[in-house]
Design a protein around this ligand. Sequence first.
Ligand SMILES: NC(=O)c1ccc[n+]([C@@H]2O[C@H](COP(=O)([O-])OP(=O)(O)OC[C@H]3O[C@@H](n4cnc5c(N)ncnc54)[C@H](O)[C@@H]3O)[C@@H](O)[C@H]2O)c1
Ligand SMILES: [Fe+2]
Length: 382
Amino acid sequence: MASRIVLNTISYHGKGAIENIVPELTARGYKKAFVCTDPDLVKFGVASKVTDLLEAANFPYALYSDIKANPTIENVQHGVTAFQESGADCIVTIGGGSSMDTAKAIGIIITNPEFADVRSLEGVAPTKHHAVFTIAVPTTAGTAAEVTINYVITDVEKRRKFVCVDTNDIPEVAVVDPDMMSSMPRGLTAATGMDALTHAIEGYITKGHCTISDMFHLEAIRLISRHLRGAVENTDEGREGMALGQYIAGMGFSNVGLGIVHAMAHGLSALYDTPHGVACAIILPTGLEYNKHAAGDRYRAVGEAMGVEGINQMTQDEAVDATIAAVKKLSADVGIPADLKGILKEEDVQFLAESAFADACCPGNPKDTNVDEIAQLYRSLM
Ligand SMILES: NC(=O)c1ccc[n+]([C@@H]2O[C@H](COP(=O)([O-])OP(=O)(O)OC[C@H]3O[C@@H](n4cnc5c(N)ncnc54)[C@H](O)[C@@H]3O)[C@@H](O)[C@H]2O)c1
Ligand SMILES: [Fe+2]
């Protein structure tokens, strides 16, 4: 089957990249920006790194920050009303996956108002129009939502998160500036970085992988394994490496899908508000064990990209074990817990397993799965 690759039209990388935001807006003739961010980023002066540039250039903007982590249908709907009232003609979104995903949903509904209920956007939505012109500025090095064709919204009433996949939602411009990430505390850097590693590994072993996505994923694994520890220590080199590594992972997985780790992680965030990266990081080694007979022949390249010594002299089984051990070690080194004790409740396991099986990421998993096996995987982490 032919592969389809969707990427930003333009992306900027490296320190100082945010200087390109105003010129990108003015060159296209936009007049007012809808700045979509979250309340903490306003409070801690992260969003102002960008709004200061808009103000210095006398570029009008309206600020929308009614967004919680693991954003809800309500956050999107309030945002649509705020956009309509603002008189803005473009979006600048500043934040982690939560802000960028909310901005994507708002931008899609503004140009495709028949999807205003938000729920109808789940899965592959047949929208006709591209979202409002968007510049995405990530402040975490994790989700790569600035380059993906996905967004994830929480349905509070139904206690689930749902994934929307739509080529019309990709931001035209991504501005990936490591200085926007330098204020992340250690725990957030670690969790979002492990989310990025999970994207790269799940994307590399997913059923739909292709030569182009393999190229992105292996380089992303290399960069993330080399730089996550440094980023947690807030070194410049670590921040630069993670900004790039997470983006390159997004160039890959957005086009080929993920697997059971993301399918299982989504339910934990919906039920317990577990940060997405923490949920992914805890489940990743279990997901790799589960998939080792279906995709184990791909683990050697993952281990090699992670820098596992002597992996090319190992037998297949040894290479699989060494790769999983390297993932566990990186996760432990950056302080991620090893299991879901204190998070997961037995009475929720069946519901979570059913939700994970129905999740948009599940069909891409290399091993075909079922609700009972997913329930066992959750229990193995309690
Ligand atoms: N669109 C996609 O392709 C995609 C992929 C993976 C995950 N997601 C979704 O993204 C969301 C998670 O996003 P996330 O992990 O980036 O975190 P987030 O956006 O939920 O942010 C978490 C917290 O970190 C704070 N924060 C963010 N950047 C900061 C900075 N530079 N300094 C200080 N604090 C900062 C935020 O204010 C917030 O309180 C989840 O809803 C997840 O499902 C989307
Ligand atoms: Fe993720």
